[in-house]
Design a protein around this ligand. Sequence first.
Ligand SMILES: Cc1cc2nc3c(=O)[nH]c(=O)nc-3n(C[C@H](O)[C@H](O)[C@H](O)COP(=O)(O)OP(=O)(O)OC[C@H]3O[C@@H](n4cnc5c(N)ncnc54)[C@H](O)[C@@H]3O)c2cc1C
Length: 330
Amino acid sequence: MRIRPRYLVAIGTSIAGISGYQLYCKDNHASLNPATFTPFSIESRERVSTASKVFTIGQDALSNTNVLSDIWGRAIWSIEVKQPQLQIARSYTPLPPSDDVSNPEKQIRLLIKQEKGGEMSTYLHKLPECATIEIRGPHVECVIPENTKEVIFLAGGTGIAPALQVARVLRQRPGSHVCILWANRTMEECAGASIEDESKSSSWTNWLGLNSTVRTFEASTPITRQGPIVKLLEGFRSEMPQSEASTCTIKYYVDEKQKFIKPADIVQQLQDSQSIGVNTGAKIIFVSGPDGFVNYWAGNKLWIDGQETQGPLGGVLSRLDLQGWSVWKL
Ligand SMILES: Cc1cc2nc3c(=O)[nH]c(=O)nc-3n(C[C@H](O)[C@H](O)[C@H](O)COP(=O)(O)OP(=O)(O)OC[C@H]3O[C@@H](n4cnc5c(N)ncnc54)[C@H](O)[C@@H]3O)c2cc1C
């Protein structure tokens, strides 16, 4: 059968078109960018608790891009996920990679809590394995000043994700002191965490090992498998050189255990910082979590001309002598 030249042109054009589209899709996968939503597949989901899961997204598709390597080293950042039917987007904060720390750009992992009645989080939790989601980013939420080596991080619930980003940045700065106070409603959100007996141990010096004999834990705390977030936190703690020049303190607080972050915990950290007294750079207290948590500790953020701003310092922190530390609400 003879095929007319004009059909050959049409077939050739179609093949070229399909190949071009496939190439475009391939490139498009690798081009996470802040302006447009790009499809990525969900590679896996790991349950953290009844309400929370860690989603791993587009690991292979991201393997050729360097877009994230710079940002991991200097900032708190997020990405947006789109819900295609409702055309809404929500922000999420990537977790540092757990296994292949040298190639962070290969992974986007998100800790997502399913909110009761929440449109996006429910949509994401109900998606089947290998589903495609559209993401846009990275978006810088806060650049950590180069001279910052001391950070206290008050985190509530999924607000722990930016704390892990900060820990990762400071781990690369010799002489850094990171203190993360993480509050959860239930024990299952931080399964495997050691809940400190606060009457016996409360200062950075204890984590330095100077007081290690009094580091005891609530007898009622069940020894369970460490959840993925606790694993990440404990990984940071053990990787950070524990010396007087460099410390990583992590404390867990759980509502159902009647263990809450108290103003005295912050005062203690400020005093410990003063006694270590090695750093002169910008010292920052970050507050991250649900609105109620942020409001309680640092006051409301304010919307001005359609932009969310820090607003004045309020809440508990405004009543403490912060000794020159600045506060950043996330
Ligand atoms: C920079 C940034 C980073 C973030 N990072 C993370 C992260 O790493 N992990 C994470 O889990 N979340 C993160 N969030 C929060 C996330 O963006 C979403 O806000 C969250 O997932 C809830 O979205 P949703 O669409 O499921 O809930 P929404 O539909 O927006 O609802 C939120 C809550 O409000 C209630 N609600 C909704 N409508 C009403 C109404 N009419 N009346 C009364 N109550 C109502 C819902 O029941 C729900 O509890 C981040 C937010 C920001 C800004």
